[in-house]
Design a protein around this ligand. Structure first.
Ligand code: ADP
Ligand code: XUL
Length: 575
């Protein structure tokens, strides 16, 4: 038996088995299928806007134009259900789903799904023989109390966040108890808002799922638990004991505990796959569904991040920065989540709302909608951008908390310091190449400054970059210069669905052993030459001038944080 400290080498995944990982992210549902040697057998994806246009989403979401609910951003859960049918239908042509021993998943964090009374029973009786798939069957059964789920981008809960923080003894106390202050996207304040503004929905709700447990519920044909890792993004779980806190539940909404159900560890089995999937897609009836979790925790697993000196940066719809720690110190800026593959450690995470979609907007505006031209403009401009600093908030930003707006400054004495002689002048616009460099440099400078403040390793030993924009080497080069370390990437930029596939294998092994086994048992000795291999994308320190440039960025980072602070004071509380 290979217990927590035992010999992993004795554990094997059966030779003919496959492990399926899904990632229900903001813009798409993606899949990675791994074989027992951790080679990638198939990948596929469904893009919500283009593959399921009848839901009318842009970037996977719908925006409420009602000024009374400024910042409301939602997605239709039936779209995610329909995407699951569509993706599995495509995937079965590429992989033998009968061989899938376990499936697990990843999903955008914080989003809440409101199941109607009786939905648990409807889930158990989904009909594989019906011409209609999951979406129409759930709709016909009236399974949802709300047709729209507020997602992580929603920022309409400012009032609820204030109320919750006041009830819990202030933002820092709430962060220390639950892993983060009441950020607007956190599920607890979102549920509170549903209870206050749509009481009929809350009353009709039998169960609240996260996006992760919603998808797992479809797969097991009944309510799946929320996992302890994704559950930490709700403000209702005690970050030390991983139990729901009565005081926090009460601060959100009445009778919430019965609507949340129990929490489960991320490596636990949620159940066997439901007959609907066995008959419709030929899964084996023994296929295990391992608890789903959040996309950032799954990325952490997919990048096999375990070294405290490593920093991961994900450039997806959101930009996130995260690392592993065994002594978390909750702060007002970041989030602490339990590590989904190691019960002894935690992940520290910073989240930016203005990630890829804001970069795309600037690309469309200044680079003729082309990443190639965008990169050429980056290459034509000099590092430090002639002292031009840009702040681009197409969406209400999480970090720093600032309303929609673009702010541009030109600094005098930007290379020589000292800081108080580096004076900024606000301007209306830059030339197009400088705009492009300003958004990229600005984001990495902000990440570096805030990572340091949250106790993440700066400079890191190395950065592992992931997410859609990590496929862009010109962007990664700027990341290396600003952080002062080499940047690595994995074979595929979709570490979340890869992480989910690895977690499926991990959960399967834990079930076989009847106890938790170290995650490294899944990949021990196989980091190179498999889907997990990392490659050095950008070295650091080899070129003359690297260190001098880094010192200049160090000064600019300080200046940027100073300007950010002034902006926060200027826009104090404005929506
Ligand atoms: P998510 O999983 O959060 O939905 P992804 O990680 O799939 O998002 O990233 C999608 C984003 O990747 C797109 O919105 C796009 O802007 C960005 N992207 C794709 N290719 C490039 C590129 N070459 N350069 C910069 N960004 C890119
Ligand atoms: C993390 C967060 C985002 C979403 C995006 O706290 O809100 O990264 O998980 O998918």
């Amino acid at each position: 038996m290979a217990g927590a400290g035992g010999d992993c080498c004795l554990l094997r995944l059966p030779d003919d088995s496959l492990f399926l990982g899904l990632d229900c992210s903001t813009q798409s549902l993606k899949a990675t299928v791994l074989d027992a040697g951790l080679g990638i057998v198939a990948t596929d994806s469904v893009h919500f806007d283009s593959d399921l246009p009848h839901y009318g989403t842009r970037g996977g979401v719908l925006r409420d134009q009602d000024p009374a609910e400024r910042g409301r951003i939602v997605s239709p859960p039936l779209m995610w259900a329909e995407a699951l049918d569509l993706l599995l239908g495509r995937l079965r042509r590429r992989a033998d789903l009968r061989r899938v021993a376990a499936v697990s998943g990843s999903a955008q964090q914080h989003g809440s799904v409101y199941w109607a009374k009786g939905a648990g029973a409807a889930l158990a009786t989904l009909d594989p023989a019906a011409g209609e798939g999951l979406g129409p069957q759930l709709a016909a059964a009236g399974a949802l109390a709300a047709p729209e789920s507020p997602v992580w981008m929603d920022s309409s809960t400012a009032a609820q966040c204030r109320e919750v923080e006041a009830a819990m003894g202030g933002p820092l106390r709430l962060a220390r108890l639950t892993g983060c202050r009441a950020h607007r996207r956190c599920t607890g304040p979102q549920i509170r808002k549903m209870h206050q503004t749509r009481p009929q929905v809350y009353e009709a709700t039998e169960r609240v799922s996260l996006v992760s447990s919603f998808m797992a519920s479809l797969l097991v044909g009944g309510y799946a638990c929320i996992d302890e890792t994704d559950g930490a993004g709700m403000n209702i779980m005690d970050i030390d004991t991983r139990q729901l806190r009565q005081d926090a539940l009460q601060a959100m909404a009445p009778n919430l505990e019965e609507r949340i159900g129990k929490l489960a560890p991320a490596h636990a089995v949620a159940g066997k796959i439901a007959p609907y999937f066995v008959q419709r897609f030929q899964f084996s009836s023994n296929c295990l569904v391992i608890q789903w979790s959040g996309d950032n925790p799954n990325s952490l697993a997919g990048l096999t991040l375990s070294n405290p000196g490593d920093l991961a940066i994900s450039l997806g719809t959101s930009d996130t920065v995260f690392g592993v720690t065994d002594s978390p110190e909750p702060s007002l800026e970041g989030n602490i989540f339990p590590n989904p593959v190691d019960p002894k450690t935690y992940m520290v995470l910073l989240c930016y709302k203005n990630g890829s979609l804001t970069r795309e907007d600037l690309r469309n505006c200044y680079a003729e909608r082309s990443w190639d031209l965008f990169n050429r403009l980056l290459e034509e401009t000099a590092p430090l951008n002639g002292g031009k600093l840009g702040f681009y908030y197409k969406e209400h930003e999480i970090l720093p908390p600032l309303p929609v707006g673009f702010h541009r400054y030109v600094l005098k004495n930007f290379t020589s310091g000292p800081l108080d002689e580096m004076v900024e002048e606000e301007v209306d616009k830059f030339d197009p190449p400088s705009e492009v460099r300003a958004i990229i440099e600005g984001q990495f400078m902000s990440m570096r400054g805030h990572a340091e403040q949250c106790g993440l390793p700066v400079p890191p030993k190395r950065i592992i970059a992931t997410g859609g924009a990590s496929s862009n080497p010109t962007i990664l080069k700027i990341m290396a210069s600003i952080f002062g370390c080499p940047v690595y990437t994995s074979q595929r930029s979709d570490s979340a669905s890869l992480g989910a596939a690895l977690r499926a294998a991990h959960g399967w092994l834990c079930k076989q052993q009847d106890e938790f086994v170290p995650f490294s048992c899944v990949y021990s000795g196989r980091l190179d030459g498999t889907s997990l291999g990392m490659k050095l994308s950008v070295p650091f320190g080899d070129c003359e001038g690297d260190t001098e440039l880094l010192n200049n960025y160090t000064l600019l980072v300080k200046k940027r944080l100073e300007i950010e602070q002034k902006l926060i004071e200027r826009f104090d509380g404005r929506e």
